[in-house]
Design a protein around this ligand. Structure first.
Ligand code: AAL
Length: 372
């Protein structure tokens, strides 16, 4: 290996003796020579003003991406009211999660800080429909003059073994009215086998694919003339691995925004992560991976929307990000992350939407020291 090593590389990396390279130095020498900071970020989170400021008794969480229309920012989100009882009581009557018994609401803003809640966008379905219990964790896609909301759905009763699906609604205007798909556009893999009939999601004969239990956090990106629906899978018999939940992402691809969406044969396309946070960059797709798995807190990029590699490891990241899709996303890899929305837990019952800002670390300076 030493014949390819330049004096500049050795000096930049501070390697003492090129004939005695540790495993770490050998890895470092494989890094690109133009290592920059453009895939890295630090962040802070602040309160919103107006109707999206924290409100006692109301859950607002999992904000969609932000789009700009007629000079206004728009966001959609899960909204429910009242405390969560959990799975211990009457699951038919009570609320098992803060995202149970949600509808999709939306808000607008002139500056991204003060928001006006506009009201209901997509309600739960009629009794007996696949989405009669909750519609939540929504994403927006604007394409060819139409607006598409994709979101999670649950049918009553909300047991621990219930299978989530993904629904879609479309409209000519971000103000609605929205037309809902009559059937889900994505469902969990059907190849896991529960053990026994007791409501225990860890007890299985066979786990099945990474998405055999739930398909979550859907987000559709128009890409290469097709529509890539990224989602988080939850597996029946979920395990704890690498100190966290065993969560992976998948993608399903369609020729038209309304589907049919066909799951990629390459799924899963991540080995870590939680809420989906993906954007187009440099003819590929970038993905922020948070919360679970050995590659949590990494920014990844794929040239083809499927094969992702790690570009950066970050200290932490806002959760359930609503990206600013109105940003000039090709300016640099993380331009879309300069500000956006996230949610935070006030407590187990109530979550609220906040705003994050990110920046690129340029200097590490002592008090009074100039970084210039
Ligand atoms: C979120 C998302 C999905 C889950 C729940 C609500 O973080 O992953 O939306 O169902 O938690």
């Amino acid at each position: 290996m030493s014949k390819d090593i330049t004096e500049e590389q050795l000096d930049f990396l501070g390697i003492t003796n090129k004939d005695h390279l540790s495993a770490a130095s050998r890895r470092a020498l494989k890094w690109p020579t133009d290592i920059g900071n453009e895939w890295f970020f630090e962040y802070e989170v602040e309160d919103l003003k107006g109707d999206l400021a924290y409100e006692e008794g109301v859950v607002r969480r999992d904000p969609s991406a932000i789009i700009k229309h007629d000079g206004k920012y728009f966001v959609w989100y899960s909204r429910s009211v009242g405390p969560t009882q959990g799975f211990g009581g009457d699951i038919v009557e009570e609320k098992v999660f803060p995202w149970d018994r949600c509808d999709i609401w939306y808000a607008t803003s002139d500056d991204g800080i003060t928001w006006k809640e506009e009201g209901l966008a997509v309600p739960r379905g009629e009794k007996g429909a696949y989405d009669d219990r909750s519609v939540f964790t929504v994403e927006i896609m604007e394409y060819d003059g139409m607006f598409y909301l994709c979101y999670q759905t649950v049918k009553c009763p909300y047991t621990v073994r219930v299978k989530n699906q993904v629904g879609l609604a479309w409209s000519k205007s971000p103000y609605g009215p929205w037309t809902k798909s009559e059937v889900p556009i994505l469902s969990p893999a059907d190849n896991g086998i529960w053990k026994g009939t007791k409501q225990n999601r860890f007890s299985v004969e066979k786990k099945g694919d990474f998405d055999s239990h739930k398909v979550h956090d859907p987000c559709i990106i128009p890409y290469n003339g097709k529509f890539y629906l990224y989602y988080k899978g939850e597996q029946m018999g979920e395990a704890i691995t690498f100190g966290g939940r065993q969560i992976r992402h998948g993608v399903a691809i369609a020729d038209h925004p309304k589907g049919p969406y066909v799951k990629s044969k390459y799924n899963p396309i991540s080995n870590s992560g939680h809420e989906i946070c993906v954007w187009k960059y440099n003819n590929g797709i970038a993905s922020l991976i948070t919360t679970d798995g050995p590659e949590k807190n990494t920014v990844q990029w794929s040239p083809d929307g499927i094969n992702f590699d790690i570009k950066a490891v970050v200290k932490g990241a806002p959760h359930a990000i609503g990206l600013n899709r109105s940003a000039n996303i090709e300016k640099e890899p993380l331009e879309i992350l300069r500000w956006g929305l996230t949610h935070e837990y006030m407590n187990d019952d109530y979550q609220y939407i906040r705003r994050f800002t990110t920046w690129r670390m340029k200097h590490h300076t002592a008090k009074g020291e100039s970084g210039e």
